[in-house]
Design a protein around this ligand. Structure first.
Ligand SMILES: NC(=O)c1ccc[n+]([C@@H]2O[C@H](COP(=O)([O-])OP(=O)(O)OC[C@H]3O[C@@H](n4cnc5c(N)ncnc54)[C@H](O)[C@@H]3O)[C@@H](O)[C@H]2O)c1
Length: 315
């Protein structure tokens, strides 16, 4: 089995590469390092089954030429995107190019090389500030960030590709994902801020924002499980931990306790962290559980583990 992974040097992409290689696959990876890091691939680059190229997937001709050289591919895992939602809210072009056009160009490549299957990293952001528990059949959907809008548009254009040529498609709607090698996110930001100023942690919002956080190891476990088990032409799933989400207050207090116990926390106030932030959401994962997969870690446990992992990397 050979997989093509876009965004391979990113946080989630690099963990996915590790797991695909551990399962004995040949993996072709690309990343342009706009957000990802070569250090995330330190282990996988030693594996002869991993072929990596620094490349912008929106450079269609270059991507096609490189991937074509690698022989037959069984599945595409499209992980490349702009993962910095705040940057996309300030400058929406970023999400057009990195979140939507990367999907569009990767579909073109998939069609040109007659690759039958695609798996896509979607997001809770497609649901916008939807009231109540988020089920996969919730709607109508009105995202409130350009990032969410471009993820929803990506789901749409992938569905159209299924009608045209794809044999099978998996759409994975991630919650907030945490763990080692993170390139962004609240935990990453808190640790960076405390390294710069160990006496104070500034937190955007009032600390009441509450979301489900899943450890990256569990996210990849769920995706690989669904890739095997969900065999309809179109497979779309929320992936999240069970139980309550985690508040920003818990995350800030836990980061301070682990990284800089004497620091004072200063909240900037307001119920939202930034423009486009969905302050609270809860996922239904009944559909995921019905396939026989359940997460083991609570959201708070995943957050605490990720803080320890990221603090270790930063020190
Ligand atoms: N981390 C989360 O909490 C989360 C939540 C929901 C969805 N997602 C999605 O999961 C995927 C992986 O996210 P992540 O957290 O690992 O982010 P990340 O930024 O670490 O990884 C994305 C990777 O894509 C690469 N990339 C971006 N544009 C590219 C281009 N034009 N050509 C080649 N490479 C390009 C970046 O350099 C980066 O390495 C993304 O699609 C993201 O939108 C992540």
């Amino acid at each position: 089995m050979t997989s093509y992974v876009t965004g391979a040097a990113g946080f989630i992409g690099s963990h996915l590469v590790d797991r695909l290689l551990a399962a004995g696959q040949r993996v072709i990876g690309v990343d342009n390092f706009v957000l990802g890091r070569k250090a995330n691939l330190a282990q996988s680059l030693k594996n002869p089954n991993f072929i990596f190229q620094e490349l912008d997937v929106n450079n269609f001709e270059a991507a096609l030429a490189f991937v074509k050289q690698q022989g037959a591919i069984d599945a595409v895992w499209h992980m490349a995107a702009n993962s910095d939602i705040q940057a996309g809210s300030r400058e929406p072009d970023i999400d057009l190019r990195l979140t939507f056009l990367t999907t569009f160009n990767t579909i073109k490549l998939t069609e040109a090389l007659k690759i039958p299957q695609m798996a896509f990293a979607s997001s809770s952001a497609i649901y916008g500030d939807f009231p109540g528990v988020l089920r996969e059949d919730a709607g109508p959907l009105f995202p409130i960030s350009t990032y969410g809008a471009m993820k929803l548009a990506s789901e749409g254009v992938l569905s159209a590709a299924l009608e045209r040529f794809l044999k099978r498609l998996w759409i994975f709607r991630f919650p907030n994902v945490v763990g080692s090698r993170a390139t962004h996110g609240a935990i990453y930001d808190f640790i960076q801020k405390l390294r710069r100023n160990p006496a104070e942690l500034e937190v955007l919002g009032d600390g009441s924002q509450e979301k489900p956080y899943l450890h990256v190891s569990e996210l990849i476990g769920a995706m690989l499980h669904l890739f095997q088990k969900a065999q309809l032409p179109l497979n779309y799933f929320n992936i999240a931990p069970t139980g309550e989400g985690t508040t920003v207050r818990f995350m800030a207090e836990t980061t301070v306790r682990i990284v800089s116990p004497k620091a004072k926390i200063r909240y900037t106030g307001g119920s939202k962290g930034w423009v486009g932030d969905v302050p609270k959401f809860a996922y239904s994962i009944d559909k995921l559980k019905s396939t026989g997969w359940s997460p083991q870690m609570s959201s708070n446990a995943a957050v605490e583990l990720a803080i320890r992992e990221n603090a270790e990397c930063a020190s």
